[in-house]
Structures are given as structure tokens and as C-alpha cells.
Design a protein around this ligand. Structure first.
Ligand SMILES: [Cu+2]
Length: 123
């Protein structure tokens, strides 16, 4: 069942990308550190998103239980890798990081991951 759903989702995404307004493939997220649904045993210094094309950062937003957390520094891109600094240590919890970047075709792309910080000593 899960496979069927993901095929449908993949087909839907393919259909969107095949629209004439999206003649070129959009940049997309290929990897992140922490990985999607990854667990960190301590807060990290930064999070990276790796794309399949070079990107320019626009903005990122980190949320914990749906509330924005102001722990992020200014994101910067180094080619295909977007670096998102964490300036204030993250307490334990399940976070969602969403970033908007601009790819080479100048289309904005929104990508997000969720990850868990499980740091017993964090306040
Ligand atoms: Cu595009």
C-alpha cells in the first residue's frame, strides 16, 4: 500500500514538472545532514541541505511543535550545499526545518525535513 501511494505521489510530481511552465527540472533536495527523520544525540552546529544543482538561499524556518524557534543563523549556499547555522543549541524535541531556495532556473523551491534532537543534558 505504501508503495502504491509513493508511486502515485511520484507520478503527481512528474506531472507537475512536465507542465510547460516548468520546462527545466527544478533543483531538488538529494541529501541532508541530519537526514530526514534522523535523530541527533546533541544539538548540531549546522544543518546542511544538499541539492542536485547549485542554489541560492532565500530563507529557512525552524519549528518545534509548530512554533518557530529562533536558533538559526543566516543560511548560506556553497554551490549545491546549503548551510544553515544553528546559533543557539537546540533542546530535545522533534523539529521541522523548511528552507526556500532559488535554483538555476530561478524558480523558488521549498524543501523541509523533520528531525529529532534527543539530548538528555540540553535544557
Ligand atoms: Cu524550476
Amino acid at each position: 500500500m505504501t508503495k502504491v501511494i509513493s508511486y502515485v505521489a511520484a507520478a503527481a510530481i512528474a506531472a507537475v514538472c512536465a507542465l510547460p511552465t516548468a520546462a527545466f527540472a527544478h533543483a531538488e533536495l538529494v541529501k541532508s545532514d541530519p537526514s530526514a527523520d534522523g535523530v541527533l544525540m546533541a544539538s548540531a552546529k549546522e544543518i546542511t541541505f544538499t541539492f542536485n544543482e547549485s542554489v541560492k538561499p532565500a530563507m529557512c524556518k525552524l519549528t518545534l511543535d509548530g512554533k518557530e524557534v529562533s536558533s538559526l543563523g543566516k543560511p548560506h549556499a556553497d554551490g549545491m550545499v546549503l548551510h544553515i547555522p544553528i546559533e543557539k543549541a537546540l533542546a530535545s524535541g522533534r523539529y521541522t526545518l523548511g528552507c526556500r531556495v532559488v535554483g538555476p532556473d530561478s524558480h523558488p523551491i521549498n524543501e523541509s525535513i523533520s528531525f529529532v534532537v534527543s539530548a538528555p543534558n540540553a535544557k
